[in-house]
Ligand binder design. Structure first.
Ligand code: PLP
Length: 390
């Protein structure tokens, strides 16, 4: 008989009852060090006092009103995002998938209003943009699309890192290029700065809009507020979610005026998007993460972690091949099945997240104490030793 929860996940046999900082407590009392952070969502760890305070204060005042009315918390968060980024305007969603949907609609409306028949959005192999019909069509992988046809048209999937294929595809009939500056689900694959710069230049040349998916790599994860800042370029449209709510469901689409302006009243909406509760928490996250000193700390912790991981790889060449990524969005490419490594880590009291390309992802809270980072590597060492002993 089918389980009462639709069985679309292979779940680990763990039920957590409490979270504090980078630690989770299982129902049986065992404590786990959390280097998954709910897949890069709990940017400030579990139960951060400022987030708990913002949530509870807002919960006592007002939860939900609808976008039929002005929402001061939404306005404040939009103002803060505009002040700290390339964007001129922001629409709030409840998830990354919803942000992808709007980004795609924005691209279509932009060209529609210009009276030009430009429909193709270029996307890249290994991408992940969510699980809606549009988002799976955009990513195009067999694993996500099989059985769900007909796929939404309008996407052209290109191989990752193939400049010739990109040059051949990106002409003045293309509507937009949509890409993650640092692939998450695809296996922590960074797009080199020069490639992002080249992509920006090619979009400028052809008029195509540049849409960045920073759902996973944004909100401080790479040590900059948004990952594209490393390359010194600006997108036209950007999708955000995950870390922006620190664990409360919240997403956003940020856009420059020319891309945002066609989205006039009535062209898009959301019942829950930008509700007072989500935006109050989002603002609390933003106030901490957007601070230059906080971002510098993410960079410092990342350097420390990377160094320790290089040592781990040197000690366990049979288990680990290389470390990759940026900031605290790190991947360890494994030499044995990443699901085995994930399970062994769990047995050692450490939570990591598998990704494609036989990688395990390390996505700690951005404010994780140095001691916890060191403990995580100790536990990875123990996990590798256990696998190598068999
Ligand atoms: C997680 C993710 C999404 C989808 O976000 P949901 O909140 O699960 O809908 C989209 N793009 C990227 C890069 C992601 O990592």
């Amino acid at each position: 008989m089918i389980s009462s929860v639709l069985p679309t996940y292979n779940r680990a046999p763990l039920s957590f009852v409490k979270g504090e900082g980078s630690w989770l407590t299982e129902a049986d009392g065992r404590r786990f060090l959390d280097l998954g952070a709910g897949i890069a969502v709990n940017a400030l760890g579990h139960a951060h006092p400022a987030l708990v305070a913002a949530l509870t204060a807002q919960a006592q005042a007002l939860w939900h009103v609808s976008n039929l009315y002005r929402i001061p918390q939404q306005q404040a968060l939009a103002d803060a995002l505009v002040a700290h980024t390339f964007a001129d305007s922001v629409f709030f969603t409840n998830s990354g998938t919803e942000s992808a949907e709007l980004a795609i609609k924005m691209v279509r409306k932009y060209w529609h209003d210009r009276g030009e028949d430009r429909q193709t959005i270029l996307t890249f192999e290994g991408a992940f943009h969510g699980r809606s019909t549009a988002a799976i069509a955009a990513a195009g992988s067999e694993k996500m699309t099989k059985g769900f046809g007909p796929l939404m048209p309008g996407f052209k999937l290109l191989p990752w890192g193939d400049h010739d294929a990109l040059d051949a595809a990106l002409d003045d009939t293309v509507a937009a290029v949509m890409i993650e500056p640092l692939q998450g689900e695809g296996g922590i694959r960074p797009l080199p700065d020069v490639c992002l710069q080249g992509l920006r230049a090619a979009c400028d040349r052809t008029g195509a809009l540049l849409v960045l998916d920073e759902v996973q790599c944004g909100m401080g994860r790479t040590g900059r507020l948004f990952a594209h800042e490393w390359a010194g370029i600006e997108p036209d449209i950007m999708m955000v979610a995950k870390g922006i709510g620190g664990g409360f469901p919240l997403g956003a689409v940020l856009a420059r005026e020319h891309a945002a302006a066609p989205m006039v009243a009535g062209t898009h909406g959301s019942t829950y998007g930008g509700n007072p509760l989500a935006c109050a928490v989002g603002m609390a996250v933003m106030e901490i993460v957007a601070e230059p000193a906080f971002l510098a700390e993410v960079g410092r912790k990342a350097g420390l972690m990377r160094q320790k991981l290089e040592g781990l790889i040197a000690a366990h060449p049979q288990t680990f091949e290389e470390v990759r990524g940026l900031g605290l969005m790190l991947g360890l490419k494994c030499r044995r099945p990443n699901l085995d490594v994930t399970a062994a880590a769990r047995d050692a009291g450490l939570l990591v997240v598998p990704a494609a390309d036989n990688v395990i992802r390390l996505l700690p809270a951005l404010n994780i104490p140095d001691d916890d980072l060191a403990e995580a590597v100790t536990r990875l060492d123990r996990a590798a030793a256990a696998l190598e002993a068999v």
